[in-house]
Design a protein around this ligand. Structure first.
Ligand SMILES: Nc1nc2c(ncn2[C@@H]2O[C@H](COP(=O)(O)OP(=O)(O)O)[C@@H](O)[C@H]2O)c(=O)[nH]1
Ligand SMILES: [Mg+2]
Length: 401
């Protein structure tokens, strides 16, 4: 399969000024020539007038391209029609349609980036806030890859030493070998625990933190939701029990994406719909990363009267809203700025590795445990990979990435 030449529209569908159609593979230059005539030399561009459109043509010579292969880019006008016509020309002239994520998969297979970096491409594209984008960008630059390589190498070295010890007779083992192997395993487990602990922060960056507004009916929850969002999302009224379902909306809290949920007021009620609303409110509160509790430390409608010792806010006057935002950000800002966070896939692999690392006085069991952990850690960067692993990662991409 690799070795054939692929093409796809790399830009998002829809109305856009410009679309990029990318061709990659051994025959990319040949396909490009058939479409656009003489190609510009690598790193240069040329304008070619075709029946479908004027095309800006760029060439990249392997290995100096995104995929590490020969690449031709055709820039046309965007929209629903022209990019498809240009893609059709590519397919008629020797390229086949790329699969989802195939450009990035080839970049991985050609050593242009490891799996951690490749995976961050999709997270960069999906990022909802500046911080999520920065996090993905740093992983794309290989910052996390260094950490993962080190973890893998640490596990490999320990695995090799344990394997080697199995070939020795009892008397031939260096003094204290098993004790030092035990310490090395502990060290590896500690480093894994550190990294795993950062995954939650990463999830928050990517998916958003769940903030739930809760309190009794008529406390001013829906008004506070609207005030924080800066628009009238939730229905406000002086009739208790107005909000019966929960309402969710995204907003950007200083770079942290927040899923803000307004809930039904907490009270005993005979109304079955409101009861279900109250049940949902309690579920959301249990799952929340932060609860704005109007029955607790936050006091709403403070324009009508303040309460000492509480965070006083007013949806009406806007008083205290900035302080509430700062307080939320303080709670949610568990993303220490000491390097990018692991993805969910990476965290799961590290949990798998840590769980495998069970110490035993039996050297054979130990060697097996560490070998299993090393296998998991190798999948972080793709030092160890299978076609299933690649499929599971790159099928999340869209065609053209
Ligand atoms: N004076 C004042 N009234 C408010 C404020 N927030 C809400 N209210 C009023 O309190 C009532 C209940 O508000 P609402 O947001 O629907 O409360 P919820 O039932 O907790 O969602 C409405 O009549 C609002 O106009 C506020 O900050 N100041
Ligand atoms: Mg309400």
């Amino acid at each position: 399969m690799a070795g054939d030449t692929i093409a796809a529209i790399a830009t998002a569908p829809g109305r856009g000024g410009v679309a990029v159609i990318r061709i990659s593979g051994d025959e990319a230059f040949e396909v490009g020539r058939r479409i656009a005539g003489k190609l510009p030399s690598p790193g240069r561009f040329a304008l070619r007038r075709l029946a479908v459109d004027d095309l800006l043509v760029l060439t990249f010579k392997a290995p100096n391209s995104y995929t590490g292969e020969d690449v031709v880019e055709l820039h046309s006008h965007g929209g629903a029609v022209v990019p498809r016509q240009v893609l059709k020309l590519c397919l008629e002239n020797g390229a086949r349609l790329a699969r989802k994520g195939e450009f990035t998969e080839r970049a991985f297979l050609n050593g242009k980036m490891d799996l951690s970096a490749a995976e961050s491409v999709i997270e960069l594209v999906d990022a909802k806030t500046n911080r999520a984008a920065t996090d993905a960008r740093r992983r794309l630059d290989g910052e996390k890859s260094k950490v993962y390589r080190a973890l893998y190498e640490e596990a490999l070295a320990l695995s090799a030493d344990l394997e080697h010890s199995l070939d020795l007779d009892e008397g031939e083992l260096p003094d204290g070998f098993m004790a030092s192997a035990g310490e090395r395993m502990e060290h590896l487990k500690r480093r894994l625990a550190d990294e795993i602990g950062r995954a939650e922060a990463g999830r928050m960056l990517r998916e958003g933190a769940l903030v739930v507004i809760a309190g009794p009916p008529n406390a001013g929850k829906s008004s506070l939701m609207n005030a924080l969002l800066g628009r009238n999302r939730a229905i406000v009224s002086d009739i208790p029990g107005t909000t019966r379902d929960s309402i969710e909306e995204y907003f950007d809290l200083d770079g942290i994406p927040v899923r803000l949920a307004d809930t039904a007021g907490l009270r005993e009620t005979a109304d079955p719909i409101e009861r279900e609303g109250v049940r949902r409110a309690k579920d959301l509160m249990a799952a929340a990363d932060y609860v704005i509790d109007l029955a607790g430390p936050v006091h709403a409608k403070c324009d009508l009267g303040r309460v000492e010792g509480k965070l006083n806010v007013s949806a009406l006057t806007g008083e205290g809203l900035d302080e509430l935002r700062r307080e939320m950000a303080r709670h949610l800002e568990q993303v220490p700025d000491d390097g990018p966070t692991p993805s969910e896939r990476e965290a799961a692999l590290m949990v798998e590795a840590r769980n495998a690392l069970d110490w035993s006085d039996d050297a054979v069991l130990c060697a097996n445990a560490v070998r299993a952990a090393a296998q998991s850690l190798g999948r972080l960067t793709g030092a160890v990979y299978s076609s299933d692993l690649l499929t599971s990662i790159f099928s999340r991409f869209c065609v053209g990435k």
